[in-house]
Design a protein around this ligand. Structure first.
Ligand code: PHE
Length: 367
């Protein structure tokens, strides 16, 4: 017999857009997911206050992938099959965006990663995009900064060998450093689950580098910075990448990291009108300053809504085409143009840690 509410009849015409977001809302990189969710929610609030997209409100369904790549693909499949989302937002960590992106692309649902910088992520296929720069550019700019701004040539590199982002960025830095005639005096890698870095740090110290490039996530950088200080390595010897940007880094190791620089997407004090407008609205809503992740979460959602509004139809395919055509979109992190490889062309911000705060230092552009 027929059960109440059962049966596979046609779905009722929806009066809202359903977008899926998969993020690390628990597990090792919880802060990445939470910050991104806050930026995304601000974007949803703003678009719906303006009446939504093409007269329909937008709803973003958030799923927690527990900081795990396998769980990321499960959640993406669930958002597509069960929730019938028209587009996806996520993830932050490149390893998880790659896993989720494979599923999104296979099912022809467009996905925009807010913050995944590893080149492999968008190579997955035509449905996967990002609103951030890539690590070939980030590693290059990191090496040039050390050589040309800090005037340092003897460098050590410390990274997680079993993480796509960390090992990829370390390689990009090394190849540019070699092109610039710099010397890599020590190279040490660890596994993501390690917590004691003292041996690596002592070996690095005895190689006498002038700077240490550590493209690792904030949760690894906190113990590294503390153990470095204990080993007599000052914080201002470290240079890093966007993975450092979390309040936990300055809260838990701000003193140890005094003077360190890193390449990033955004800084709340950066001198750009669209960034300042975003910071003002974010502070009003959350009563504290946004991180780069929050700004990127906001930009990925706003750029998607803009594309949905421009799309010729309401299907995932036509939304995909509109994302691909995005030019000079004014985001919280600056102007974003999506290139032929589905990556974002945009400048890189250099941030310095000063007095336990992230401080804008410079904006640099590739080439
Ligand atoms: N870029 C990192 C990755 O691709 C993610 C990240 C971005 C982390 C910004 C922190 C801040 O894995």
């Amino acid at each position: 017999g027929k059960k109440d509410g059962g049966g596979a009849g046609p779905e009722p015409a929806s009066n809202e857009w359903k977008v899926g977001a998969y993020l690390s809302l628990s597990g090792a990189e919880t802060q990445f997911g939470k910050d991104t969710q806050e930026g995304t929610e601000l974007a949803v609030e703003e678009i719906n206050a303006k009446g939504g997209v093409k007269g329909k409100k937008v709803r973003v369904l958030f799923e927690d992938d527990k900081s795990n790549p396998q769980e990321a693909s499960n959640k993406v499949l669930q958002l597509i099959n069960r929730d019938k989302v028209v587009a996806l937002l996520g993830e932050v960590a490149s390893s998880r965006s790659k896993a989720g992106g494979i599923v999104a692309n296979k099912n022809k649902i467009p996905m925009i990663s807010p913050s995944s910088t590893n080149p492999d992520v968008t190579k997955v296929g035509p449905f996967v995009f990002r609103v951030c720069f890539t690590d070939d550019v980030q590693g290059q700019m990191g090496a040039r900064f050390v050589k040309n701004k800090l005037n340092k040539s003897k460098v050590a590199v410390l990274y997680a060998s079993d993480d796509l982002y960390s090992s990829g960025l370390a390689n990009e830095f090394k190849s540019e450093a070699k092109k610039l005639g710099m010397t890599i005096v020590a190279e040490k890698s660890f596994l993501k689950n390690e917590t004691n870095f003292t041996t690596y740090l002592n070996e690095i110290k005895s190689a006498e580098p002038e700077a240490i490039y550590a493209p690792v996530y904030y949760n690894a950088m906190v113990p590294i910075a503390r153990q470095a200080k204990a080993a007599g390595i000052p914080g201002n010897m470290f240079v890093g990448g966007d993975g450092w940007h979390s309040d936990s880094l300055v809260n838990d190791a701000g003193e140890e990291m005094e003077g360190a620089y890193f390449t990033n997407h955004f800084s709340p004090d950066m001198p750009s009108p669209s960034s300042q407008a975003f910071v003002k609205r974010y502070v009003e809503k959350y009563k504290r300053e946004p991180s780069a992740l929050a700004a990127q979460g906001y930009d990925s959602a706003m750029l998607l809504f803009d594309a949905m509004g421009r799309a010729k139809g309401d299907t995932p395919e036509s939304i995909r085409d509109a994302i691909a055509e995005t030019k000079n979109f004014q985001g919280a992190t600056g102007a974003i143009t999506i290139d032929a490889e589905r990556n974002a062309e945009k400048p890189i911000v250099i941030v310095q840690i000063k007095g336990k705060k992230f401080t804008y230092f410079d904006t640099v552009t590739a080439k």
